[in-house]
Design a protein around this ligand. Structure first.
Ligand code: GRF
Length: 199
């Protein structure tokens, strides 16, 4: 299966997925990185890993529809079958979501539906939760909302700082995301309303 990873930042999930692919733990190929931020560290990771980079900056397009049309052209050229969002700091619009429904997934660094948004780890830590975690889910029109594929809990230790919790959340993400992608690649997931059955 041909994957495109969408990312705007550091790219540690990008690197973890690429590693899992190279080790044969995910039966897919990473064909394309879609990035909207020219200074993002993920771009160097892609170049080093031999993955084609599509840099698409929103401000270069008159509308979201035109921006997404440019992305869709790149996805079609590369024959992309699955879109993996990994820190892409932008909501997808209807043109992408409708065209790839059921074939776009996202990772969120908290146990959804708690702590949606861009600061899930920070918000959970300062709320004082004892358990947080990681969620991989299908993407729909609402933010951090689609049916949940996998979740993994992470216990907050009394000695944790925000930084130590972040490190354990990211380590959990790097294990969980490749597992979820492999389930999809192997056609083991069935979406039934909000439930995702793993067969
Ligand atoms: C991850 O924590 C992910 O859950 C969130 O954005 C972050 C991306 O981190 N959606 P990285 O760029 O993969 O290191």
């Amino acid at each position: 299966m041909k994957l495109a990873i969408f990312a705007s930042g550091r790219g540690s999930n990008f690197a973890a997925i690429l590693k899992a692919v190279k080790k044969g733990k995910v039966a897919a190929t990473v064909e394309l990185l879609v990035c909207d931020t020219p200074s993002a560290a993920v771009i160097q990771k892609a170049q080093k890993g031999g993955v084609k980079v599509a840099l698409v900056e929103r401000q270069r397009f008159a509308s979201t529809a035109e921006f997404e049309a440019a992305i869709i052209r790149q996805l079609q050229e590369a024959g992309i079958e699955l879109i993996v969002l990994a820190g892409f700091m932008r909501m997808l619009g209807p043109s992408l979501i409708q065209r790839y429904r059921g074939r776009i997934i996202n990772i969120h660094p908290a146990l959804l539906p708690a702590f949606k948004g861009a600061a899930g780890i920070h918000d959970a830590f300062f709320y004082g939760v004892k358990v947080t975690g990681v969620t991989v889910h299908f993407v729909d029109e609402e933010m951090d909302h689609g049916p949940i594929i996998l979740q993994q809990a992470v216990v907050v230790r009394p000695t944790d700082t925000l930084e130590s919790l972040e490190a354990r959340i990211h380590a959990t993400e790097h294990r969980l995301y490749p597992q979820a992608i492999q389930l999809l690649v192997k056609n083991k997931l069935r979406i039934e309303g909000r439930q995702v059955r793993i067969c």
